[in-house]
Design a protein around this ligand. Sequence first.
Ligand code: 13P
Length: 261
Amino acid sequence: MSEKSCSTGGKRNEEKLIAGNWKMNGSLAANEALVRALLDGLGGDAGCDVAVCPPSIYLAQVRALLGASERIALGAQDVSQHENGAYTGDVSAAMLRDFGVRYAIVGHSERRQHQAESDTHVAIKVQRALAAGITPIVCVGETLAQREAGETEVIVKRQLAAVIHLNGHCISEIVVAYEPVWAIGTGRTATPEQAQAVHALLRAQLRAATDRADRVRILYGGSMNAANAASLLAQPDIDGGLIGGASLKAPDFLSIIAAAS
Ligand code: 13P
């Protein structure tokens, strides 16, 4: 890809990014209440980048609720690996872009597990997102069995390597999310030291691929909440959070945003 075809805006990423992954939760009424509470709670400047990722059917609703405001960006939870055509149920990167989507989560462990997404699928989806000017949030992470077998490094590096391999110099345009599978929705968070150790490995892998690795934000995800966010976000290579359950409650999500600001 040319430099132009993977540019998502070229903004320097000095601010942390707090993204809410709503997963398959919400309703028209609940989404409206949540977005209004977030906009009210944020006031003028959040002090960090904030995004919400509703289910795709609600992207238009949430886009309208956010209005022209740049305070909260819109994200999708997935993107098709195909450009267009006979792919029933898929949503393309260009369609997401049509609705002002800035970020797309790609390769979440729940999709790797339940939709059998392979490293190759994930790498292609990243390419599709970048070509449409959407920043992919690429999820990597090991299961409990893999951690206990001492395979964490091998697994996360393999997952990221596939994305680097296909996307070349565009790799500095992505966001990475380290989400240990054993910490997702379990209330069991990686300690700041455990998370930092993996983030440092991922940073080193990015440095070997691009001299712009320091601009890549590496988020932590997995039972991040109002109580543990500050200590995780204080780590040198933790550049934000990908929040599941706690992003559905405005006070909790706002506390995490405050911890990142
Ligand atoms: P929880 O914050 O609910 O553990 O979910 C994390 C996650 O999977 C975000 O993508």
